[in-house]
Design a binder for this molecule. Structure first.
Ligand code: UTP
Length: 329
């Protein structure tokens, strides 16, 4: 199966980190977030080919993927970030219009704890959904009595008017790539935008009107990585699943944590829910519920609920922060 992973976005909500690193290379529980998606697709033999739609700092993503995985990836540039629908259309040249191929689309900044093998077996197109308490921030699906999706509603005004609480989470199996690309071209030709962007949801709505049969698939483990607080939540979730055991003399480790290579810890309390990446030096400090990226130096400090970019230095501070690379405090 061909998989499209759009990773061209600028990642404004994760600034300052995304000024120096593309969002999908930000570390969560010891690996860049994109690692988990690609590893699963290759390990479970779901993908025959993976097409990345790149843009902002795309060369760094290419370099990371090519040097980490032994797999043939395709990269297509999205020259302007005009929306997810537009990003997906960039992959059109990689598909045979006669064959009407299956295509799996996964957002590059969202991890899923889901049985992908089971999901891709479907006879019909599938939209991954998760039940949410407040559907106002999401696109939601409306289904008929037989369970087929009949309408997609973008950001319903209230819970009461929302046709369901099934929010669209960013994983799609579409059984007819030709109809998909035609539908995206239709919205672009007719300048159909939502929030100023060519949205995939609007193109899917066109597909439904062309009688494409779609069902929903419940994705219980939906791990958004798009904002600092959700990145830390995802970090907690992944650490909880891995539950590595570390014993470091002179320091107390409260599980779950991840500690990378060449890390020096002296007289520290680390965790719970802390990721300490390669090459960090931490002395006389407490670090919990945080992601500390490579080669940071932390001394006489308390760091909690924080994202700290590579090569940063924090000395004598009590902090809860969102700190980009090469900073000094
Ligand atoms: P987001 O809507 O989260 O956008 O896109 P973003 O730029 O990454 O982040 P913010 O909103 O500025 O903080 C979801 C996924 O779709 C990709 C993004 O790279 C991300 O993986 N995307 C989005 C594109 O590839 N191209 C687009 O035009 C829009």
């Amino acid at each position: 199966m061909k998989v499209i992973i759009p990773v061209a976005g600028v990642g404004t909500r994760l600034r300052p980190h995304t000024i120096t690193q593309p969002k999908v290379l930000l570390n969560v529980a010891g690996h860049p977030m994109i690692y988990y998606i690609v590893d699963e697709l290759i390990r479970k033999k779901i993908a025959d080919s993976i097409i990345f739609i790149t843009g902002h700092q795309g060369e760094k993503i290419e370099h990371y993927l090519n040097s980490t995985f032994n797999f043939r990836f395709d990269y297509v540039k999205q020259r302007e970030t005009l929306g997810l629908g537009h990003a997906v259309l960039c992959a059109k040249g990689k598909f045979d219009p006669i064959k009407k191929e299956d295509v799996l689309i996964i957002l590059g900044d969202t991890l899923f704890d889901v049985n992908l093998k089971d999901m891709v077996k479907s006879r019909y197109s599938v939209i991954g959904v998760k039940k949410v308490d407040d559907p106002r921030r999401f696109g939601v699906v409306e289904k008929d009595k037989k369970g087929f999706i009949k309408r997609l509603v973008e950001k319903p005004a209230s819970k009461e008017v929302s046709p369901s609480s099934d929010a669209i989470v960013g994983i799609y199996l579409l059984k007819n790539s030709t109809l998909l690309f035609d539908s995206i071209e239709h919205i672009i030709r007719n300048k159909i935008t939502t929030k100023g962007e060519y949205q995939l949801t609007d193109a899917l709505e066109i597909m439904l009107r062309q009688n494409e049969k779609m069902v929903s698939y419940n994705v219980h483990g939906w791990l958004d990585c798009g904002k600092p607080e959700t990145l830390l939540q995802t970090n907690r979730y992944l650490l909880g699943k891995k539950s590595n055991d570390y014993k470091i003399k002179g320091s107390k480790i409260n599980k779950p944590v991840y500690i990378g290579k060449n890390v020096t810890l002296e007289n520290c309390i680390i965790g719970p829910n802390a990721t300490i990446n390669d090459g960090c030096l931490i002395r006389n400090s407490i670090v919990d519920n945080s992601i500390i990226d490579n080669n940071c130096h932390i001394e006489n400090a308390v760091v909690t609920d924080s994202l700290v970019g590579r090569n940063s230095k924090i000395i004598k501070k009590r902090l809860n922060l969102n700190l980009g690379e090469f900073s000094e405090i």
